[in-house]
Design a protein around this ligand. Structure first.
Ligand code: G3H
Ligand code: 13P
Ligand code: ZN
Length: 322
């Protein structure tokens, strides 16, 4: 089937108590690892491209890689989505250039300005059969070239969501309930330590999510910054010349719970990066004489595939839903 929008996917996910995985893609191996897992697990999927990915790999290469995945996986629905569109022009360029979904992220702007920019993108997108994700609230962490310190992050205010959605006409809403971008989601001061000395992050604000859902019944909610930062890959990186102390993510059982509620899309990028980097670091340590990129990218792609399979089956609950 051709690329689809997320409309049908989100409706089924909402009713079925699961979420669709939205994985960031930057090169061929990442696209292949994700979509091979989704094809084998019969899972619908959102492949998302950031401004940074477009700057790195070029819009056309990324669209063509995704089109190749669509041709290789005709039995699963695939959405091509712009992640964190910074302005109208970038959204327009992706809408005109084959994407089926865009995010306009004006969450750092004042409320009225966020509404105005989002509504402009929605009008253009809907005229072209494309759906729009918007954001209210600010996540901590790094996204593209924007770094938001923990103290500057702010939870979504539930009392604003109805006005925002009705005035903008957006199709889904990303909210801030305590997730955060990147591999260092929380400072040590924000966490407690368990008996093994491992950092335990503060729990997500399910009260905020529930209040938002009450005000927007049936409306798909999105969680960004939802990598779990698998400790096996952090360890693999650190044991093979890397230095990532105290990298900590969102516990998977909390994401599973969010997926059972109104969260229909869960964004995962950093976990893929950790799997790829850990695998390549270990490979080079074991094989200092090797220099063929195919030899180290092959196990990296295989580990991305297994990581995505785990997310589909154990975290998102979307395996078998294609
Ligand atoms: O939220 C941002 C995504 O993880 C994309 O990151 O801008 O480095 O491509 P990037
Ligand atoms: P992570 O950094 O937690 O993977 O979040 C990715 C994301 O939200 C992309 O928009
Ligand atoms: Zn994000």
């Amino acid at each position: 089937m051709p690329l689809v929008t997320s409309t049908e996917m989100f409706k089924k996910a909402y009713d079925g108590g699961y979420a669709i995985g939205a994985f960031n893609v930057n090169n061929m191996e990442i696209v292949q690892g994700i979509t091979e897992a989704c094809r084998e697990e019969k899972a619908p999927v959102i492949l998302q491209v950031s401004k940074g990915a477009r700057a790195y790999a070029n819009h056309t290469y990324l669209v063509k890689l995704v089109e190749a995945a669509v041709a290789e996986c005709p039995e699963i629905p695939i959405v091509l989505h712009l992640d964190h569109g910074p302005d109208f022009e970038t959204c327009k360029s992706c809408i005109d250039g084959g994407f089926t979904s865009v995010m306009i992220d004006a969450s750092s702007k004042p409320f009225a300005e966020n509404i105005e920019i989002t509504r402009k993108v929605v009008e253009y997108a809907h005229d072209h059969g494309v759906v729009v994700e918007a954001e209210l609230g600010t996540l901590a962490g790094i996204e593209d070239d924007v770094k938001v310190a923990a103290h500057a992050a702010s939870y979504t205010r539930p009392e604003e969501v109805e006005e925002f959605v009705s005035k903008t006409g957006c199709d889904s809403l990303a909210i801030a309930i305590g997730t955060s971008h990147g591999a260092y989601k929380f400072t040590a001061e924000q966490c407690t330590r368990n008996e093994k000395g491992i950092l335990v992050p503060p729990p997500l604000r399910f009260d905020v999510l529930e209040e938002v859902s009450k005000r927007l019944p049936g409306f798909p909610i999105v969680l960004h910054g939802s990598s779990s930062v698998p400790q096996n890959y952090v360890k693999m990186i650190n044991e093979n010349g890397g230095k990532m102390p105290d990298a900590v993510g969102i516990p998977e059982e909390q994401l599973r719970h969010a997926a059972e509620l109104s969260v229909c899309k869960i964004n995962i990028d950093s976990d893929l990066r950790l799997a790829m980097t850990g695998t390549i670091r270990a490979f080079f340590n074991e094989h200092p004489d090797k220099f063929d990129p195919r030899e180290y990218l092959k196990p990296a792609r295989a580990n991305i595939k297994e990581l995505v399979r785990h997310k589909l089956v154990d975290v998102l609950g979307c395996a078998g839903k294609a």
